[in-house]
Ligand binder design. Structure first.
Ligand code: FEO
Ligand code: CA
Ligand code: CA
Length: 690
């Protein structure tokens, strides 16, 4: 039996479900701005693949442009961690359910609660303000200080990684990113025209990442934070080492760092990935929003470069440029070139210096996720989350070293510093059949082929070689979007998280939405992005020659209301699926099922986490496992046999929400302020989905 049809909350005004306040603080109002990519894009459709393989072939084509000790419990964290049984039970879906998906689907809802399947339990692991470092004060909403925030869990948790501690059963390092601050909901009486120095300093400390030791317990998925030796806060004040072709380049030199190799801070850390060598990668995403006075730049080339990354106007939203010249483009024009990278953190050594890998390019990295080929070659996939931007991969020239000693870690942390960066170019098979309506082509699926076009090779000594005509290696590393423009990369509908399936090696990519597709002056639908004014997004399946340069592809899901003709659920009966909209993060369980979390559900219900069957005659069967509270986004999913972890970002972030009248009281309940938090859910009767 499949699922029964599920009730929908369909909004008919065509608007995005994301609140304006989220657009403002999360991504710097990306949606309301002009699309940064005005490049020619598909000019190169007719150029033979072979001709694109080396630098210089584009000349004359007419292209105009261009380990762990004992810890004590964090008492403050256990006071109101809300254990409750699940509320949802709309469907059957068990019995013959594919392995790992035998749970009752949670119905779409608008509750101010985290809802899990009937019979499941849940518990908050850690919340904004909970102590991470020993000596941190208990969270006090009305008396927050920069010093406290530097030692406490940051704001707006996004990525979550769970790394088992060897030799200590049920002990893990939880590594979480803190994407952005939402000042009006953090500070009572916040005046956006006149923020205080202290508010600025708290916001800096609320960004970055947290490393927290957590302890499990037998027969339960609950995780409890501990003070372990690896516990650490990385913030917008932490020093990073720059590696790769842009390290030491003129583009990265500032008054504070004339070497161009040492950057203070990381910003807008969105999703990420745990590497097979035990580190964590994190994507610096909408970094442009933190810098003020773009309009002071008069050099046309510099202005174009800023525009391509979404920089514009005078004052920044948060006005950080008032407090520190590094955020003022008029005073430190190169600081902007020091953000927008994949950062790597060794969570096992709290004194280690984290790295920014410029060999993976600079763009609005959603994340970076790793696939290792049979010979130990590392492939890192990364999407540039902006409408009409690109998909990238990096293929290492070095091989992963086995073992987990210090020598292996030292070597493996250089894997992303030598190799080749590529950008994706897609071809469809349906030709004129794509009309922007989302109607399936006559061959029954959206599919085709593709190639990876080389942009930049980083050699053993860290120096770069450009494959892009007219651009130096340093320019490709720092202005990677323009490099993608030059080679005619394919403009996608907000490419976010990638994840390789550990069972099959196929790679899955969430494309969240693109309401500008097919609108005036913007590219029309194509087979990879088959709907104009795409509000609901799609999930792409790549069969990639990982270390090679070709792939085949198809759309697994074309998301949205299953009752609408423009949606596709892998060929599964659309009357028997949970409606899914705006896919963002992807993960795998041990059975090889795909799990997808959503950001901005355009169908009117809260965001959630969904399982998707990939193989057999139930391919495309999509079931909602949980929903998050009002105003929140579901991030960082981790699905193991013992538990599901999600990062609940921006609960209660609604346009009419204030501190006096909160949009949510989750997770504390009562009249409490909402607090972003990481939650564990588990099946007390067995494994997840059993
Ligand atoms: Fe921070 Fe692309 O989501
Ligand atoms: Ca995301
Ligand atoms: Ca997102």
């Amino acid at each position: 039996m499949g699922l029964k049809p599920l009730a929908l909350f369909v909004k008919h005004d065509g608007s995005s479900a994301r609140a304006a306040v989220t657009c403002q603080y999360k991504c710097g109002n990306q949606c309301s701005h002009e699309v940064p990519n005005s490049s020619g894009g598909e000019y190169f459709r007719d150029i033979a693949r072979a001709a694109l393989s080396r630098r210089g072939v584009l000349r004359g084509t007419g292209m105009a442009v261009v380990a762990v000790g004992a810890g004590s419990l964090l008492a403050a964290c256990s006071d109101d961690s809300s254990t409750a049984t699940g509320g949802g039970s709309s469907t059957a879906g068990n019995g013959t359910a594919p392995a790992g998906t035998g749970f009752d689907a949670v119905p779409p809802n608008t509750d101010d609660a985290l809802t899990v399947p009937a019979g499941y339990e849940q518990s908050v692991v850690i919340r904004w303000g909970d102590p991470v470092l020993e000596g941190a004060p208990a969270f006090d909403f009305d008396n927050q200080t920069p010093q406290a925030q530097e030692m406490q869990f940051g704001y707006n948790n996004d990525f979550a990684g769970l790394l088992p501690v060897e030799g200590r059963p049920n002990t893990f390092l939880l590594v979480v990113s803190h994407e952005y601050s939402t000042e009006p909901l953090m500070f009572r009486g916040y005046d956006a025209e006149n923020p205080s120095l202290e508010q600025f300093q708290i916001a800096l400390a609320a960004h970055g990442l947290s490393v927290v030791q957590v302890k499990g317990e037998p027969g339960s998925g609950r995780l409890t934070p501990e003070f372990g030796p690896q516990n650490r806060r990385i913030t917008a004040n932490t020093e990073f080492l720059v590696t790769g072709p842009a390290a030491g380049s003129a583009f990265l030199k500032t008054t504070a760092d004339p070497t161009g190799t040492k950057v203070v801070g990381t910003l807008n850390n969105c999703s990420g990935g745990v590497t097979p060598w035990g580190t964590v990668l994190s994507g610096e995403e909408n970094f442009n929003q933190y810098f003020g006075n773009t309009d002071s730049v008069t050099d046309p080339a510099a202005a174009d470069r800023l525009k391509r990354y979404g920089f514009e106007g005078g004052a920044s939203e948060r006005l950080w440029e008032r407090f520190d010249p590094r955020f003022d483009i008029a005073r430190e024009p190169n600081e902007v070139h020091r953000f927008g990278y994949v950062v790597e953190v060794n969570p096992w050594d709290a004194s280690s210096v984290p790295v920014k890998h410029t060999s993976l390019g600079r763009f609005k990295h959603e994340a970076a996720t790793i696939y290792i080929t049979d010979d130990g070659t590392v492939v890192a996939y990364s999407g540039d989350d902006e409408k009409f931007d690109y998909m990238y991969k990096f293929v290492s020239s070095r091989k992963k070293m086995d073992g987990n000693g210090q020598a292996a870690m030292r070597h493996n942390m250089t894997l992303l510093d030598a190799g080749t960066l590529y950008v994706a170019k897609f071809t469809g098979t349906a030709g004129d059949e794509i009309d922007g309506s989302g109607t399936l082509p006559s061959d029954g699926k959206f599919d085709g082929t593709g190639e990876w076009i080389p942009l930049l090779k980083t050699g053993e000594d860290g120096t770069g070689e450009s494959f892009v005509d007219g651009m130096s290696a340093e320019e490709v590393a720092v202005f990677t979007r323009q490099a993608g423009d030059e080679v005619g990369a394919t403009k996608m509908d907000r490419p976010e998280d990638f994840e390789p399936n550990p069972k099959t090696g196929k790679v899955y990519v969430a494309l969240t939405n693109n309401n500008k597709r097919g609108t005036d002056g913007n590219p029309a639908a194509d087979e990879m992005n088959p709907r104009n004014t795409n509000k609901n997004g799609q999930v792409l399946e790549l069969d990639d020659d990982h270390a090679g340069t070709t792939f085949t592809w198809n759309l697994l899901l074309v998301c949205g209301d299953p009752q609408e003709a423009d949606t596709y659920y892998g060929g599964f009966d659309k009357d028997a699926v949970s409606p899914i909209s705006c896919p963002d993060n992807v993960a795998f369980d041990v059975h090889g099922n795909l799990w997808v979390s959503t950001d901005g559900n355009a169908l009117g219900a809260n965001d959630g986490l969904f399982s998707v069957v990939l193989d057999g005659d139930r391919r495309g069967e999509t079931k909602q496992f949980l929903s998050v509270p009002v105003g929140a986004e579901t991030c960082g999913p981790i699905v193991t046999e013992d538990r599901v972890l999600v990062s609940v970002q921006h609960p209660g972030e609604l346009d009419d929400a204030t501190i006096e009248s909160p949009g949510s009281h989750w997770p504390g309940g009562g009249d409490s302020q909402p607090r972003p938090a990481v939650v564990a859910a588990w099946n007390p009767r067995g494994t997840i989905g059993a």
